[in-house]
Write a protein that binds this ligand. Sequence first.
Ligand code: LMR
Length: 393
Amino acid sequence: MFDTLKPQPADKILQLMAMFREDPRADKIDLGVGVYKDATGLTPVMRAVKAAEQRLWETERTKTYTGLAGEPDYHAAMAGLILGAGFDAARMAAAATPGGTGAIRQGLELIRLAAPGATVWLPDPTWPNHPSIIAYLGMKSATYRYFDGETRAVDFTGMAEDLGRAAPGDVVLLHGCCHNPTGANLNLAQWGEVADILAKRGAIPFIDLAYQGFGDGLDADAAGTRLIAACLPEVMIAASCSKNFGIYRERAGLLIALTSPASRTVTQGTLAFLNRQNYSFPPDHGARLVTMILTDQEFRADWQAELEAVRLSMLGLREQLANELRRVTGSDRFGFLAQHRGMFSRLGATPEQVERLRAEHGIYMVGDSRLNIAGLNATTVPILAQAIVDCGI
Ligand code: LMR
């Protein structure tokens, strides 16, 4: 049986992660995988997570199964964070999932069950695992223009034009904030226009919200999602707690499907069914910590303060890098780095230049020249800026 297997294409981001680990150079710099690191290169356990873990250790009396779709308290706490305190529970079906990727996968499976012929529209570019999972599930996809390689901003005219061609019942995947891999994001007026287009076309938004709190703040980063949720009758959201709670390996994610109140029960039942088919019960530890943090005033305040410090440190690095590049190139052509938001920016280097950065300078970034700003610190910013010049970028 197994001799019939063909090698699968390696995930480029994870492959890069492995290459970095194996590189013996002491001064190597990892700007690859989307993981937050502090100035010492550590991905810290957040204070509120530690405190919640301690309380959980002291108070948890059982590890028996949770609900098949996870705990309702987790759904409610996360929905409040994403949609705001006044969210309409009568419209909401939700399932806890293993991380944000699990939410994407379960969401796509839900679409495949409900509308097998639907095309899923993806931004060009997008996180490479989006098209990979869609192809694996045998679903149809199309791309819409998103990023202007010249200005390094959103090509909104192209985006609006392409989304205007979505058919009724098609699904449009949108990055809720901190677009991965470009760092270029919609403003609120553009979110409003997207909502209008989708409403006119009868298309359903599927929002990937993996970096809430990393861009302009917790509420600002959810503003587009909230606007879409208020304007459209059916909305799907895949949320990740990996980054904003720093609990990558705990695999805490949530899939939300906003429906008409009449379809809510069947949608909720289908989400539970899909969990059962794929892995039965979702992981609980991370989801429970998130619930504790979001519902305990002290934990929550401390978490928000630490998350805000993380966000500001990334913004500071963006400013520093843009300034340093202005100094060494004598031009403002990297000014976009300070405008982008989130962990990532697409630098605009060729694959050859990216390879030179790795081979000659030990600087790792994804082949499309996506760099993780959080992989830098005050000392490595000037090193990167000089290497960018040396590689002719
Ligand atoms: C990334 O884009 O680097 C992260 O979302 C990690 C991943 O799973 O690819």
